[in-house]
Design a protein around this ligand. Structure first.
Ligand code: ZN
Length: 427
């Protein structure tokens, strides 16, 4: 029974959950058979333990704010009547020049979501887009799906590089963004959140001209597709002006004529334009790691350095200390000095015994820990586990309620939430 153990983590023989006995079943934990008293740092700490019946509901200011913005944008759109936003992706290319000329003749303003690499190839066209009163948007550097959607770090890198290229070429900083291929199946919530936090507006579309469903879709078919699309007060029409999209440009005069005949006016997108976004796909087309905080922050910091208003993430409040009260006595444990394992609060045995006026004896070589108070002896037997080296006495943690019970000490009340963690012991 008495075995010599080095490199041990003690496994307590008995366990009672503090919360279990309190009748609060909200913590989702597997009922433990073997409570493990381990170093606090290694303890699994659930993010929250809910026990109050009257749980104050947390407001969501960010969501309310964007809801208000959306309402304002809708109001403006309603006042403006029926609007078409013509959007051209993947340029600029040799066909952009003709598209610009047609738009000029028709007195129509549009939005060009350009590729950084194509801006490099046709800087004069990028400049002309701006000079002629159109909007310019970011469509990534090279449109390579596997790179953009294989990792957010690469995606963000392309967003930033293209942002810089557009600025250096045209003098315009744009926060308009369109995801290559659209967001559906490509973006996860992390992509949306990171882009929004960094102050970009991600625009999908609600009219697909179908000019990219295969190579060389004829202009008549493009026009047909548009005419067969559902009309709404606000239309975002997807077109392309890359080197392979001559037919889209060819169809442009008739596309404009069609919308004019339906009573639409044309507008370039601005930062105020409420984005149309696809819903999140239940399954992504890509297998990739989640967007990390550091990756998202890099993009946010880039935007912030440019003086854009970025959404600061709410500061993560530190874990509160755990305070144990017994009469006038008070034991304050820093977050690293206590843990919650399977619904049970665990604290240092040494400190707990000190608080209740007991003592401890450790015979770790023989795998025994003994706690004494008023003639009551509680002995824990340790079993070997892990290879953490010699155990440190102060790191041995025991479940509070179960341990106190053995010494006949009850818990009169406790508070345990994200801000306040206190336990009052009977005297
Ligand atoms: Zn594209």
């Amino acid at each position: 029974m008495r075995r010599i153990m080095q490199a041990i983590i003690c496994v307590m023989v008995v366990w009672f959950g503090l919360f279990e006995l309190g009748g609060f079943g909200a913590y989702k934990g597997e009922a433990a058979k073997e409570p493990v008293a381990v170093q606090a740092q290694g303890s699994a700490k659930p993010a929250t333990v809910t026990y109050y019946e009257e749980m104050p509901l947390l407001a969501e200011p960010a969501a309310q704010e964007s809801g208000e913005q959306a309402r304002q944008a809708d109001k403006r759109a309603a006042q403006n009547g029926k609007t078409v936003y013509l959007t051209f992706d993947d340029g600029p290319s040799r066909h952009t020049e003709r598209a610009l000329s047609i738009l000029k003749e028709e007195g129509v303003k549009a939005t060009f979501f350009v590729l950084g690499e194509h801006v490099n190839q046709h800087p004069e066209l990028a400049k002309r887009i701006i000079e002629e009163g159109h909007s310019i948007g970011n469509h990534s550097l090279n449109h390579k799906y596997d790179r953009l959607y294989g990792s957010f770090a690469e995606f963000a890198d392309q967003v930033m590089k293209t942002d810089e290229l557009i600025y250096k070429t045209t003098g315009v900083r744009t926060t308009l963004f369109r995801a290559p291929g659209g967001t559906y199946g490509n973006f996860d919530q992390g992509y949306f959140d990171a882009m929004e936090a960094a102050g970009y507006q991600v625009h999908d579309w609600n009219v697909d001209s179908g000019d990219s469903k295969r190579l060389g879709v004829p202009s008549a078919e493009i026009l047909d597709t548009i005419k067969n699309s559902r009309l709404a007060d606000k239309l975002i029409v997807l077109l392309h002006d890359s080197a392979t999209h001559e037919e889209s440009v060819k169809a442009l005069p008739e596309i404009i004529a069609y919308y004019k005949s339906k009573g639409y006016s044309f507008a370039p997108m601005t930062e105020e334009t409420k984005p149309v976004q696809f819903t999140l796909a239940s399954k992504l087309k890509w297998t990739r790691a989640k967007v990390t905080k550091a990756q998202a922050q890099k993009l946010t910091q880039f935007s912030e350095a440019l003086g854009r208003s970025v959404r600061q993430e709410p500061a993560v409040s530190p874990e509160p200390a755990l305070i144990l009260h017994r009469g006038e006595e008070r034991l304050e444990l820093k977050p690293e000095e206590y843990g919650v394992t399977k619904g049970s609060i665990e604290v240092s045995l040494l400190k707990l015994m000190d608080l209740i006026g007991g003592s401890t004896e450790m015979d770790l070589e023989n795998g025994e820990i003994e706690a004494l108070k008023d003639g009551v002896h509680v002995i824990w037997l340790c079993s070997p586990a892990g290879n953490s080296g010699a155990i440190q006495e102060e790191r041995i943690a025991v479940p509070v309620r179960a341990t106190l019970q053995k010494f006949g000490i009850g818990i009169t009340s406790f508070i345990y939430n994200d801000e306040q963690r206190e336990i009052w012991l009977a005297e």
